[in-house]
Write a protein that binds this ligand. Sequence first.
Ligand SMILES: [Fe+2]
Length: 288
Amino acid sequence: MIQHPQVRGFFDPATHTVTYLVSDPASGRAAIIDPVLDYDAASARTSTRSIEAVTAALKASGLTLALVLETHAHADHLTAAAHLRHTTGAGVGIGARITQVQSTFAPLFGAGDVRSDGRVFDHLYSDGDRFALGELTVEVIHTPGHTPACVSYRIGDAVFTGDTLFMPDYGTARTDFPGGDARTLYRSIQRLLALPDDTRVFVGHDYLPQGRADHRFETTVAQQRNENIHVGGGVSEDDFVAMREARDATLSAPQLILPSLQVNIRAGDLPPLENDGRRYLRLPLNAI
Ligand SMILES: [Fe+2]
């Protein structure tokens, strides 16, 4: 019998991110995927307002948070994973190749407290790993390309792709971050497109493409395979790579890349206290 997790998406208009609350109807065990910590760049102020809406929904449904899952180290928003860990005790999981992302970015921020061994996370997942969420089984699919550490989580008839696939009318994510690669992304996407046609696909962001006014974040493998404007209808690997690299060359850095990465390689913990009792983010000049 195919498992059918309950899924609720919470869209964050500030960063276009979708945080998912996924639960096992039988046991009430739940996971939160890609939680957002609100961050106002002008005032450098963080807030837990968005993630509290998710945890309120979790409590209202009588669910228990068992896990926090990251699809990758995001460059566009700060993760609320550490907040969830500190407030609920739930462990935080991410792809094992996060060590590569930590190695790249910890020196950029002079983050001497960050060990590039992934151990600030509770669970490091490799391709093919399986673990339980109540009576559901979560399967990890390593889907590098956007970043080297990206993973997708397949739970029964649902798959959470992070930034490996976006809605069919928007396409795919950029591949120009360190360790990103368009050819690798194409191959990762082929693995997702090989899942059963009616698999529910939940994407990590929705940026409204021209001609659409409502945010959407759920589609199916069949729709992606047939209609995705970047990879659907049998687009070849070489054509995809040429399109993706040309498009990436026009993109500027995400607004929150510097605040995000230094927090996200720490699993969402803010940088350590300095001598004056404050925490500071670092903005390396002319470094990216
Ligand atoms: Fe991303």
